[in-house]
Design a protein around this ligand. Structure first.
Ligand SMILES: C[S@@+](CC[C@H](N)C(=O)[O-])C[C@H]1O[C@@H](n2cnc3c(N)ncnc32)[C@H](O)[C@@H]1O
Length: 202
């Protein structure tokens, strides 16, 4: 299919998407909000969290959801892109590949929750994309080693593929339990899943 007809098709299906319509109605910056909401409906972690990092936070719909929970007193969003200010959150323009040290924001206390919705640029070449996801996963793990408290929760987006099993196994060395969850708002034809990593054991 020609590139222009592919993008016209994408725009049409995006406009008709139930979660896009819902996000516009409910003033969320993107349909991604419903992925975090679904994760929370299943695992019920937001009302128990007080200190949270949201990695790959742009445009900011997860930050909007987090800021609805008044028990969460520290929300740090990180992205390589600019993100418009969202009340009650700290937004840092950084690359997760080089950003373990949040000193100055942490007040000598660790986080209870690390979320990552990072999607590296998808090339369409499976081996490259899988390798990029695995590099990101290692960086997120290093971030957790510095910033996540013992028994903390980490949730990261991953794409099913050749590096999935190895990453899953490696995460199992650092967390008591790893669940794989696909929210209803995650497109059926996408390889996207979330790895829910429970009870950090550094
Ligand atoms: C699917 S979007 C996140 C959507 C977000 N959860 C929301 O609710 O608005 C993925 C984000 O990951 C970011 N990203 C990709 N690679 C990154 C990296 N190495 N470090 C930080 N952010 C990265 C992208 O810039 C993009 O904004």
């Amino acid at each position: 299919m020609a590139k222009s007809s592919k993008s016209t098709k994408w725009i049409k299906s995006h406009r008709n998407d139930h979660f896009v319509k819902k996000s516009i109605k409910e003033n969320y910056l993107s349909r991604a909000a419903y992925k975090l909401i679904a994760l929370n409906e299943k695992y019920n972690f937001l009302k128990k969290s007080t200190r949270v990092a949201d990695l790959g936070c742009a445009p900011g719909s997860w930050l909007q959801v987090l800021s609805e929970y008044k028990n969460i007193t520290l929300i740090i969003g990180i992205d390589i892109l600019d993100v418009e200010e969202i009340e009650g959150t700290i937004i840092l323009k950084k690359d997760i590949l080089d950003c373990n040290n949040l000193e100055g924001y942490m007040e000598n206390k660790k986080l209870n929750l690390v979320l990552s919705d990072i999607a590296p640029n998808i090339t369409g070449i499976s081996d490259i994309d899988q390798s990029n996801f695995s590099i990101i996963a290692k960086s997120i793990l290093s971030f957790c080693e510095v910033n996540l408290e013992v028994n903390g929760l980490m949730i990261m987006k991953y794409f099913l593929g050749s590096s999935f099993e190895k990453t899953h196994k490696n995460l199992g060395n650092y967390f008591r339990k790893i669940d794989v969850f696909k929210p209803e708002s995650s497109k059926k034809n996408s390889k996207e899943v979330y790895l829910v990593c429970i009870d950090f054991k550094p």
